[in-house]
Write a protein that binds this ligand. Structure first.
Ligand code: ADP
Ligand code: MG
Length: 625
């Protein structure tokens, strides 16, 4: 954090095990808020801390309180209240990290959504520190499962956020149930009246520690802005940026939960390891997403403001504001997800032309300029791909790998085939880049609209263009496809109709899941289920003509892969007959995943041709009878 602070951790009278843990963590010097708060809290005083996010508040209270703890006592001694589960877990993890060399120490996060039996069992281990969300703490107090009589210190972390989330009454009620003579620290980025009232009522002579708004966090962040409007343009812009920017971890902010899911699906479909993080996800899923991002199993998280509140993942070095935030405060908070702990970060803001006026406000709030950026061109993408290819070669040559065998083989091949080593290298290079061509093919011209079902699907969603024009730009000729040119030439066994269902490949669905669900739920013999085609975000299915409306209605409610089928008839699309239960008439409309993280493929050009294989992806030609 700030390197202007002359104080060292060793000046702070912290016990040896804690200093050791800080050393393990690689903390060099205390941040300003830590330097001020640690001595105050160590001496038993109350502290009112005001500082922006990312200034190191957790250690500012955790370190001094930990150094005062008595590990021999078996009642909770410290209670930290945090507004969200994520923050509670994060703070508990910090306590855990700082105390790793302290024997007999336990910290326990308690929060809504986790089962009571688990929490009760954990409470029996006599944790000295409890970090909880207000609601769940109250529940435990009311059930008599949390004994606050031994509490010596209490911390309200992100108090203004607790107020915003409507927890303030809960907080007051908890405070009034803690012993009179306890120490208290309250941290808040702002000081609304309600918070001030709490400090008056519950704190004793608090020392105010205020760290200037201009946080080091923002100084480390390069802020850029791209003027871009329209759904499709934004999606294209996003994929180009992901392809051309250097990053390790990315967080993308969207305004709605639906958009987080939609973007996650779209990026996944393009081969990125991406996931949504929003308030609709259950506790376990949110935790899993954050820890996958931390560990690098996941590179991109698309989040709403609420879900990303306080998120601290050091490897995030790029924040993309896909939707402009509603106010400057949330902008500052969003970009504060990068540039953590003095690292460098980049923040890119998408703003529609009419949103320009907000940019000035943002510059004022951050006291930093927003640099206007251009949409990376195809050329930029090509250059980037070549550069990273070159890097890979350099790394390979500098690495430990013994290449002697390959050197000999190259020499031998060149001689045997009577080609120069340059020719040989060129051929190998071409082969090596095949999966992800270094030079992007020219963008495909827009196709005319047709009655093809996928066009209809996309039109319905006001979402055509990029997916087709780009990712699918160089598909093989349409004539090869079973749904082309052969319509009406074959007579299906029974008269069939084509229906659209709202579950597709990105939901992980397979043909057999659909057949199974429909056969069971609507009591249709699976032999009467015709061709099924999986598309990225929907599928089509052929069913016998003239299905009773009750049966159709029943099918609306059927869930496959956690999604309602919401079946609807596709007018004007001819069925091809039940022999065609081929789900993927083409094999290249979606990049395969190869399990690598950070793969940046197929985001701008339509170059990827291979498929993941598997039953539902193999193209099948119709049989002609
Ligand atoms: P805040 O609560 O103010 O938003 P955190 O306590 O979450 O900030 O800290 C932000 C990040 O900075 C965390 O990753 C934390 O591990 C790191 N950090 C905190 N103090 C230091 C320090 N003195 N040196 C290096 N990193 C630190
Ligand atoms: Mg914090």
């Amino acid at each position: 954090m700030s390197d202007t602070s002359p104080v060292q951790f060793t000046d702070l009278n912290l016990p040896e095990p804690i200093l050791k843990a800080l050393n393990d963590l690689g903390y060099e010097t205390p941040s300003p808020i830590q330097a001020e708060c640690i001595p105050l809290l160590q001496n038993g005083g109350d502290v009112l801390g005001m500082a922006q996010t990312g200034t190191g508040k957790t250690a500012a209270f955790a370190l001094p309180l930990l150094s005062n703890i008595d590990t021999a006592l078996t009642k909770p001694q410290i209670l930290v209240l945090a507004p969200t589960r994520e923050l509670a877990i994060q703070v508990a993890e910090a306590f855990q990290a700082y105390s790793r060399h302290m024997r007999g120490f336990h910290v326990l996060p308690i929060y809504g959504g986790q089962s009571y039996p688990i929490q009760l069992k954990a409470l029996k281990r006599n944790p000295q520190v409890i970090v909880g969300t207000p609601g769940r703490v109250i529940d435990h107090i009311n059930r008599g499962t949390l004994d606050l009589s031994g509490i010596k210190a209490l911390v309200l972390d992100e108090a203004d956020e607790m107020l915003r989330m409507g927890f303030i009454d809960d907080v007051e009620s908890i405070l009034s149930k803690t012993p009179e003579k306890r120490q208290m620290a309250l941290f808040s980025a702002t000081m609304p009246d309600e918070i001030r009232r709490i400090t008056k009522r519950f704190m004793t002579d608090p020392t105010a520690v205020k760290i200037a708004t201009k946080t080091s966090t923002v100084e480390n962040i390069e802020q850029k802005c791209l003027i871009i409007g329209g759904l499709q343009a934004k999606l294209d812009g996003l994929t180009r940026i992901l392809e051309t920017e250097d990053y390790d971890g990315v967080i993308i902010f969207a305004r709605t939960k639906t958009m987080t899911v939609e973007l996650a699906e779209k990026l996944e479909a393009r081969g990125y390891s991406a996931a949504a993080l929003n308030g609709d996800l259950n506790q376990a899923m949110r935790e899993r997403t954050v820890s996958r991002l931390k560990s690098g199993q996941l590179d991109i998280v698309i989040a709403t403001d609420v879900a990303a509140r306080g998120l601290d993942v050091p490897r995030i070095d790029l924040v993309i504001n896909y939707d402009i935030p509603t106010d400057t405060e949330s902008y500052v908070h969003r970009i504060g997800r990068t540039g953590r702990a003095g690292r460098k970060g980049t923040a890119i803001l998408f703003a529609a032309p009419r949103e320009r006026r907000l940019l000035k406000a943002i510059e004022r709030a951050t006291r930093q300029p927003l640099t206007m950026m251009e949409l990376p061109s195809r050329d930029d993408v090509t250059k980037k791909r070549i550069a990273s290819f070159r890097d890979d070669i350099v790394k390979m040559l500098a690495g430990d790998e013994n290449l002697d065998f390959y050197k000999n083989l190259t020499a031998q091949l060149s001689e045997e085939l009577e080609v120069s080593e340059l020719d040989l290298a060129s051929a190998l290079l071409f082969m090596a880049q095949k999966e992800k061509p270094l030079v992007l093919p020219p963008e495909a011209p827009r196709r005319e609209r047709s009655f093809r079902e996928e066009d209809r699907g996309r039109n319905d969603r006001n979402d055509r263009g990029g997916d087709r024009g780009r990712d699918r730009g160089d598909r093989p000729e349409r004539g090869e496809r079973p749904d082309r040119g052969e319509r009406g030439e074959r007579r299906p066994a029974a008269e069939m109709e084509v229906f659209r269902i709202e579950v597709g490949r990105t939901d992980g669905v397979q043909v057999k899941n659909i057949v199974g669900a429909i056969a069971n739920e609507a009591n249709i013999n699976s032999r009467n289920i015709g061709g099924i085609r999986l598309h990225d975000d929907y599928s089509t299915i052929e069913l016998p003509k003239g299905m009773p409306s009750e049966q159709l209605q029943q099918l609306q409610q059927v869930y496959v892969c956690n999604k309602a089928l919401r079946m609807s008839k596709l007018e004007g699309v001819a069925a091809e007959g039940r022999q065609e239960r081929s789900s993927a008439p083409r094999d290249n409309d979606r990049p395969a995943r190869d399990g690598h993280r950070g793969q940046r493929r197929d985001t701008t050009g339509g170059e990827r041709r291979e498929s993941t294989g598997g039953e539902e992806r193999r193209p099948r030609r119709p049989r002609r009878d």
